[in-house]
Design a protein around this ligand. Structure first.
Ligand code: RNT
Ligand code: ZN
Length: 416
């Protein structure tokens, strides 16, 4: 059977459930993902040589990690050639690209240090999202925006303000909105004696950052909470309650990282609540395994449920960023699997008879609801997915990996 024949048959089968596959494909194509640059080099960046800090960790020693901007961009090209749809890239401030002999500390970063990223984005028709980097820096050794040391706290406020200007530059240059997401590692390994003090300082720091004038139509600011970090197990200053309230009060976006909650919490369940109190929200899609381990995102139940909630709540209200980093396998393949999984989940959600399922819930026909949901699982999704990939000019499911292996052997392994 040709791919076209496979698709036609799948289309007929889905139509029996009341699902229009052409519509679903069009809808999935309209959802942009923000591809994080940090899967390519284990969150190292280009502005410092120190270890990754802030209670986050990459594990594994797979060779051929990108070590220069050229290599990272080359790997990103490869990943993007495997991923259907139109996307954005998500950069961290630590990925500033300096001229020979030039260097600027985080509070002195300027748009010009990201000019090559803008060039890259323009050449590929990509938008850009941004993140100040409040870790992997000597002044982040203790605390950042919640620091008791006023000099340190000022440094990080200045860094975030510098990043706001850079985010504005990205939005202007790419002619589309950019998200600036603030995540800080601040917290305590053991039971704190004062929780209010650090949180009050964080609140004051954020107030200072967002009171700087910026283009509110082009730049969105989000705040990312977390339940704990390595070495920061007892308390994180930027908790969920803290940021949910801060975002609501100040008209910012809440960013929900799927790895930042207790392992039995259903993160997908949070979206509809947040969107009743704000126009938009942001996501970091990750796969926690027992803890915030940032495993490669896979096409599993959690991801499907998340995508269903995105689709049911209007995908255009979300900034969907990816956030995983695996150093134990080929990084280009890891990156690709995560991005393709997210795309799959969104297409799968668009191929679900959501209106019919909701109707069954309203009439409390729970037996029928369960049965229909199970029927959806065995529909010929793979045929629609392969068709979607081909339509977008990227390899089908069983095609890309061989090319990726060849890329490792012929390019990554010999580039030094
Ligand atoms: C850390 C947060 C944060 C980082 C990236 C690199 O737990 O998830 O978003 O992973 O910014
Ligand atoms: Zn995150």
């Amino acid at each position: 059977m040709t791919l076209q024949e496979r698709y036609e048959e799948a289309k007929r089968r889905y139509a029996e459930l009341g699902v229009d596959t052409d519509r679903a494909i069009g809808a999935a194509e309209g959802i942009r993902l923000s591809m994080h640059c940090w899967q390519g080099d284990d969150v190292v960046g280009f502005d410092q040589k120190g270890p990754l800090s802030g209670g986050i960790q990459t594990t594994g020693n797979y060779p051929y990690k990108a070590t220069t901007p050229e290599q990272l961009m080359q790997d990103m090209d490869k990943v993007l050639s495997y991923v259907p749809g139109h996307h954005k890239i998500n950069l961290h401030a630590s990925y500033a690209i300096f001229e020979e002999g030039e260097w600027a500390d985080r509070n002195r970063l300027e748009p010009k240090h990201f000019a090559r990223w803008v060039e890259y984005a323009k050449a590929h028709g990509l938008g850009i999202d941004f993140n100040p980097t409040l870790f992997s820096h000597p002044l982040a050794a203790d605390a950042t925006l919640s620091s008791e040391n006023e000099e340190v706290r000022r440094f990080w406020i200045e860094h975030c303000i510098a990043c706001l200007k850079i985010t504005e530059y990205f939005a202007r240059e790419t002619d589309q909105p950019s998200l600036m997401n603030i995540w800080i590692p601040d917290g305590f390994k053991d039971i704190p004696a004062d929780r209010k003090g650090p949180r009050a300082r964080l609140k004051n720091s954020l107030d200072q950052i967002i009171s700087v004038p910026y283009d509110h139509d082009a730049v969105y600011i989000s705040v990312e909470s977390k339940v704990f970090g390595i070495g920061l197990e007892s308390m994180t200053v930027g908790s969920h309650e803290f940021y949910m309230n801060y975002a609501a009060k100040n008209n910012l976006l809440c960013l929900i990282d799927t790895g930042h909650f207790h392992p039995t919490e259903n993160v997908a369940d949070k979206l509809s609540s947040l969107l009743l109190f704000g126009d938009r929200m942001a996501l970091h899609v990750s796969r926690p395994v027992r803890w915030d381990s940032d495993h490669v995102v896979l096409f599993n139940d959690d991801l499907r449920e998340l995508a269903q909630e995105i689709v049911r709540n209007d995908p255009q209200r979300f900034f969907i960023g990816m956030d995983y980093f695996d150093a134990s396998i080929n990084r280009v393949a890891a990156w690709t699997n995560g991005m393709r999984s997210m795309e799959k989940a969104l297409l799968y959600a668009e191929l679900t008879p959501n209106a019919e399922l909701a109707r069954l819930q309203e009439e409390r026909s729970f037996t029928k609801l369960m049965s229909l949901r199970e029927a959806v699982k065995v529909m010929p999704f793979g045929d629609v997915w392969d068709y979607y990939c081909a339509k977008n000019g990227v390899p089908q499911e069983t095609e890309w990996f061989a090319d990726c292996e060849a890329y490792e052997k012929e390019i990554a392994a010999v580039r030094g």
